[in-house]
Design a binder for this molecule. Sequence first.
Ligand code: FE2
Length: 317
Amino acid sequence: MNPEIAAVTGMLHDLYYYRTGIGDNHAHNGAEYARPMLRDLEIFTEQEQKLILSAIFHHSDKKNIHGEYDELLKDADVMQHFLYNTKFDIYENDAKRLKNLFHEFNLNNLSVYDFNFEKKNGFTAKGINKRQALAKIAETLAKREIVGEEYDEDYNKIVKYWPEVNCHEELKYSWCAAFIYHCCFEAGFKLPIRHPNSDRYVGVLGWFQWASLPEVGFYIEDSEDFVPERGDIIVYNNIIPKEYKQANDILPRDHIGIVLSSDKGTYTVAEGNVDNQNKAGVVTRKLHENVDGFIRICNDYEYMGWKYDYKTGVYKE
Ligand SMILES: [Fe+2]
């Protein structure tokens, strides 16, 4: 194995966590964060980039076995946790790896049995209606009329998941999907910044592609008799006002919001960057007008990232 590649995986593996402080899905987000960086550095071959990114992507999945660099990084990770502070609890899967490592390195005077195993916590998301929470959070934030500028504290919370340096500039006037992502995250739908088989959730396309995946299946095309529920995500077509685009542009799926209610010919929707005004708000939209479809996330949906192989994107049923 190439020690330099191995060292790079070690240095970068918790990158997303260091940058954002967000631990959920940080392995998958770390791979997605490092991906354009490694590509643009132009010092790694495509094959090397895949090896590094795959190791970062899989490093939290200590239960399963992946490629040799993936496994090396996982071993290094548990060893580091153990050596960093021996008072930390040890997860059951880590303990197995540690035992093997002690044996491999002839560290027979160390024993994992002197340390505590993971304490099971009793929290369960069962019974929590996350879609209701999603609507509540979106409504509260939208009513604050957040402005898409660096000085707005709420706005900074919305864009904190997208750690690229020029994030504020790039997202100005285009943060409707970032607003949805933040509300989902707060409601307990912990998605990575990009699903392995779709675009990033920072754009409307990412939401559409993800919801349309056969293994997800949340996309509902709009039709005359479809009545959305509070907490559904609404995807619009061609709704960006004319003055913000070329005269004859028809833009499919150019905006997104969260449905609060629907009756008497209208929907009430919480949105970020309403009408491209760089502000959040609660708006009234006409039924079926400029509507492409809806995403109704299952209340018990969980991102099943560990079922994806990074190098191939293949989903293991
Ligand atoms: Fe990690």
